[in-house]
Ligand binder design. Structure first.
Ligand code: XMP
Length: 305
């Protein structure tokens, strides 16, 4: 276990020393690692930190507003890039091609913005398990979200490189970040795009975003899952207001896991499932049915793509 007070003091001092007089840029996602990093660096170097949040249009409901209010007054730079991402995803249905298109777009936008800001140093929320993974030589050091950057920085600062996830959460508490951030569920880099099977459109993302928000409201506080979410898995007939319609099938996934490598579905009460299905179908006109996924990982993955 980490001594939180001591860690915070040391990390601030180290960031200050490493940054010198340079401008430092970072990709802020709103997850616990990048939020802790941004808070430490903001305390260390103030306005010379430029946290960049790329709004991909694939984020959860309220995410951008949440980040804006959390980092208000901390030099936050929000890039509204939804149009660029939807254009890059047009006609792309293969899961790996989708991931690649999103990753590429993200990195190029980040580079563009970092150059505009004249930053010469990169801050990354790499944690100890990420470092172990990258020791296989897979990851380049100048990377964002695991993708290599074309710009070369004078240096990379990784204040969380010796911490495990639970220690990062403790530090988040010590920094006074909201409890909601400390216990934030993991969210995939490609966002809601991997929760829509096949081609991604604005319409599908709007539906899955709304369904996802309802699932979180129904399950997070009461059941504390490792992850819970909704995914659009196809079309099925339904009857709404005496009219037969072809609507979306929403799959609900709620799992417990230690590290995401394996996972078990939550045994949710039938009443909870029924209430959730009723809320989703009532709130979202285009949804005709809701199913609950009872498959562990393996053989299924946690996400749908
Ligand atoms: P799977 O679906 O492979 O997911 O069982 C395991 C964990 O990783 C998250 N995940 C991702 N995170 N980029 C990420 O940053 C991705 O492309 C990605 N795919 C899955 C997933 O949410 C789960 O926590």
């Amino acid at each position: 276990m980490v001594n939180v007070e001591k860690f915070i003091d040391q990390a601030i001092r180290r960031i200050r020393d490493a940054a010198g007089e340079e401008k430092v840029v970072m990709a802020l996602s709103g997850g616990v690692d990048s939020s802790v990093c941004a808070e430490l660096a903001s305390r260390a170097i103030g306005d010379r930190l430029i946290p960049i949040y790329v709004d991909t249009g694939l984020m959860r409901k309220g995410e951008t507003e949440r980040i804006r209010s959390l980092f208000d007054g901390k030099n936050l730079h929000i890039v509204d890039a939804g149009d660029e991402f939807f254009a890059a995803l047009k006609g792309v249905a293969d899961p790996e091609a989708k991931r690649k298109a999103i990753g590429e777009k993200f990195v190029r936008i980040f580079e563009r913005e970092a150059k505009r800001k004249g930053a010469t140093m990169l801050l990354q929320g790499t944690i100890y398990p990420d470092r172990i993974e990258s020791e296989g030589g897979i990851k380049s050091h100048h990377n964002v979200g695991g993708m290599p950057l074309d710009i070369k920085f004078k240096g990379v600062i990784e204040p969380l490189a010796d911490l495990y996830k639970d220690e990062v959460r403790e530090v988040a508490g010590g920094l006074g970040l909201p409890v909601e951030i400390q216990h934030r569920m993991p969210f995939p880099g490609p966002g809601l795009a991997v929760r829509v099977l096949g081609e991604v459109t604005r319409e599908k993302i709007a539906i899955v975003r709304e369904a996802n928000a309802i699932v979180e409201e129904c399950l997070v506080e009461e059941f504390h899952p490792w992850q819970c979410f909704a995914a659009l898995i196809g079309l099925g007939t339904g009857v709404k207001g005496d009219v037969r319609l072809l609507g979306w099938i929403v799959a609900v996934r709620a799992v417990q896991s230690r590290d995401g490598m394996t996972a078990d579905p939550l045994l949710l009460p039938h009443e909870t499932l029924s209430r959730m299905a009723a809320r989703i179908t009532a709130a979202i006109p285009g949804v005709s049915r809701v199913v609950y996924d009872v498959t562990p990982k393996p053989p299924a993955t946690i996400e749908y793509e």
